[in-house]
Design a protein around this ligand. Structure first.
Ligand code: AMP
Length: 403
């Protein structure tokens, strides 16, 4: 079965086409600047030169049409006919409390995703445009939605409720949801495979550290706590996001700096984190370079980032009354040996012993970076959210066919 995975944003659309027999990527790419002048389609087929096409793409329906066209294009394509695409899987950021796992798209599912627009106003409407665009272009193809929040729906109320008036939860569903669930789910499965142990026997902390960053406590294969909350702003210090702060800073700053709500929101989401402290960049590579050149603010930003991450790992070890496995994933987690070494340096009391050589080694494979004697195993596991979306899509569509 060929499965097309789509991640639709408000002005972009990323895609990967999988052949599920061997779980291989046949083609991948993205459409950028949808609705602006000169939209760009970038298309890649393994072993071939990348194709870049600049044209006018005014909406998501046209974007999906271009993607389908290039997939069947005699020169650049990989399919002989459109009907080879048998299912489409979509990434959807917010599934609220309604979706505890991936589901096949039905009119009811679409209605529910629409109801959740309030909780993810920047993301869910764009995902819906992606779903409608596929309906318009591939009307007979089953679609599946895979939610970033679904993996965290196993959190108990002690972890997901905020200690604020309960009426706010009942009336508006204000609670912690968590994000990056597809990634935390994927890497915990991969880690269990590498360890050769069932998920039921291990307590894991998974650190998804990219532009956005979150930590999840995983017990018996289930998320029991995670650092992001109602929105992806809570938790760790990130590239441009503050993570945890005293909420009283919001009214205080609004008052002192005469800022509007939307200005404070933008300050905390776009002008905080590594960028704000270093004054250089939100990109960890540039922070490390700044540190090496003796920039004190870059050093401070790095130290704060590490300190806050280390505190979460300790807190989650306590939340689970133990820890067996620590996982690093995503852009920073997979690539920055400096970050991993600094985080683990302060966790020796837990029984973490990093192997310096293994930590420095570069590889695209899941691997150990702790010593053989380390009581807690430390792993780097490259994340692959698209593959998990393809797997869920394939499984649900197969089940539906057999039913
Ligand atoms: P992601 O959101 O998972 O795509 O991660 C993107 C981020 O990973 C970038 O903004 C960089 O900060 C970070 N990154 C990528 N490569 C490296 C590297 N070699 N060292 C440190 N950080 C890196």
């Amino acid at each position: 079965m060929k499965v097309l995975v789509i991640n639709a944003g408000s002005s972009s659309l990323k895609y990967q086409l999988y052949d599920m027999r061997e779980e291989t990527v046949m083609a991948s790419g993205r459409v950028e600047r949808i609705g602006m002048d000169s939209s760009i389609l970038t298309h890649e087929v393994p072993g071939r030169q990348e194709v870049r096409d600049v044209s006018e793409i005014l909406d998501h329906v046209t974007a999906v049409k271009r993607v389908v066209d290039i997939l069947v294009d005699p020169q650049h394509g990989v399919l002989s006919a459109i009907n080879e695409i048998q299912a489409v899987g979509h990434r959807v950021v917010h599934g609220g409390e309604s979706f505890k796992q991936s589901v096949i798209v039905t009119p009811e599912v679409k209605l529910e995703i629409r109801r959740l627009f309030d909780l993810a106003p920047l993301h869910n409407p764009a995902h819906m445009m992606g779903i409608s665009a596929v309906e318009a272009n591939l009307p007979n193809v089953e679609q599946v939605v895979v939610f970033d929040t679904a993996f965290h729906q196993t959190m108990p109320p002690t972890a997901y409720l905020y200690p604020i008036p309960m009426v706010l939860y009942r009336r508006h569903k204000i609670r912690r949801y968590g994000f990056h669930g597809t990634s935390h789910h994927y890497v915990s499965d991969q880690a269990a495979q590498l360890l050769g142990k069932p998920l039921s026997e291990v307590k894991m902390v998974s650190c998804h550290i990219g532009n956005g960053a979150s930590v999840t406590a995983i017990k018996e294969g289930q998320s029991v706590d995670t650092s992001m909350g109602l929105t992806p702003l809570e938790g760790l210090m990130m590239g441009t996001r503050s993570g945890d702060i005293d909420p009283a800073i919001v009214p205080f700053t609004m008052n002192k700096e005469e800022l509007t709500l939307s200005e404070v929101n933008s300050m905390l989401n776009k002008h905080s984190g590594l960028l704000a402290i270093s004054g250089i960049s939100s990109d960890m590579r540039e922070i490390v370079q700044g540190m090496d050149e003796g920039d004190k603010n870059a050093q401070l930003a790095f130290d704060m980032y590490v300190y806050r991450l280390r505190k979460y790992i300790g807190a989650y070890a306590a939340a689970m009354n133990g820890l067996d496995v620590l996982i690093f994933t995503a852009g920073v987690g997979e690539n920055s040996d400096r970050l991993r070494a600094s985080v683990c340096e302060g966790l020796t009391f837990l029984g973490i012993e990093l192997d310096e050589e293994l930590n420095k080694k570069r590889s695209k494979e899941a691997r150990y970076i702790s010593t053989e004697n380390s009581r807690i195993k430390v792993l780097v596991v490259p994340t692959n959210e698209e593959l998990l979306i393809a797997r869920d899509t394939y499984a649900l569509v197969q089940q539906a066919k057999q039913a």
